[in-house]
Structures are given as structure tokens and as C-alpha cells.
Design a protein around this ligand. Structure first.
Ligand code: DQA
Length: 149
């Protein structure tokens, strides 16, 4: 089962960026933890990061062509701004899990709205790296359930 983890704009800077909100783990640390969990779950995971909205949209289109079974996405600031990322995700038929390292609802009001939340199966935020790991478990389990339908 193929799952895709998408990291949006500025998330390549995890580890060097606002440790009060995002901790000290780097994106490479997060991807390594996701790969370890994927092995445990018997899933195949690809992790992808871009700072370019169009490139991210094209990666999502490719996921549609590839028949990816589940997507975990931390869209970073695009969560709160991008109709384009939302529209690309809406093309997918597989479960989407929105994740954030920080609890966006406990932060500035502009972070409370997500363009992704209502087309996602669910949202996990506030647990640091565990948000991603919980998100991957949720995506794997939702994808399994969809396969059985
Ligand atoms: C974030 C939260 C967003 O509001 C912010 O723009 C980010 C990171 C998170 O993981 O907590 O870049 O998505």
C-alpha cells in the first residue's frame, strides 16, 4: 500500500525554525521516523517537500495518477492561504489526513482556518513529530478500510 507524506512551504526549516512551536527535530528526522513506522505498518511511504505551490500541486496530480492510497499533509502556511492546494487535494479519491506540529487552534486567529480541513478525513495537530506519526497511522488505517469497501 502506497502512502504519501507531503510537507509544504518552509517545513524544510524544521530544526532551525521557532523551536518553541516546532521543536528541534529536522525534516530528515521526521522522515526517518515516518519510514520506520511505515515498515512497522507494512506500508510504502514516500515523503516530499516543496516551497513552490505549483510543484506541490503537480506532486498531488502525480499521486492521483499513481493511485496513492492515502496522503498525510502538513501544508504549512499554505493551509491557511491556498485554494490551489485544496483544489489539487480535492481531485484525490484516497483519504487525506491534515497534520501540524503545533496546535494551530491555540495560536494566532489566522492559523485557525484551514482550506484543507473540510476535505480531509481528519486533522491532527499539537503533538510535534507525533502529529505526523499519528497521521500516518490514521491514513494507513483509513486506506485499509477503504480497500475493504
Ligand atoms: C504548521 C502550522 C502553520 O500555521 C505554519 O504556517 C507552519 C507550520 C505546523 O506544523 O504547526 O508552517 O503547519
Amino acid at each position: 500500500m502506497k502512502l504519501l507524506v507531503l510537507h509544504g512551504i518552509n517545513l524544510n526549516m524544521f530544526g532551525q525554525r521557532d523551536p518553541g512551536h516546532y521543536g528541534t527535530a529536522t525534516l530528515a528526522d521526521i522522515d526517518a521516523a515516518l519510514q520506520a513506522l511505515a515498515t512497522e505498518l507494512g506500508a510504502e511511504v514516500e515523503c516530499f517537500q516543496s516551497n513552490h505551490e505549483g510543484v506541490m500541486c503537480e506532486r498531488i496530480h502525480q499521486a492521483h495518477r499513481d493511485g496513492v492510497r492515502g496522503v498525510v499533509i502538513n501544508a504549512g502556511a499554505w493551509t491557511h492561504t491556498s485554494v490551489a492546494i485544496r483544489d489539487a487535494l480535492a481531485i484525490l479519491r484516497c483519504p487525506i489526513v491534515e497534520v501540524h506540529m503545533s496546535n494551530v487552534h491555540a495560536r494566532e486567529p489566522f492559523r485557525h482556518h484551514s482550506y484543507i480541513a473540510d476535505i480531509a478525513r481528519g486533522q491532527i495537530c499539537g503533538f510535534g513529530v507525533d502529529s505526523y506519526l499519528l497521521g500516518l497511522r490514521a491514513a494507513a488505517s483509513a486506506a485499509q478500510a477503504d480497500i475493504k469497501k
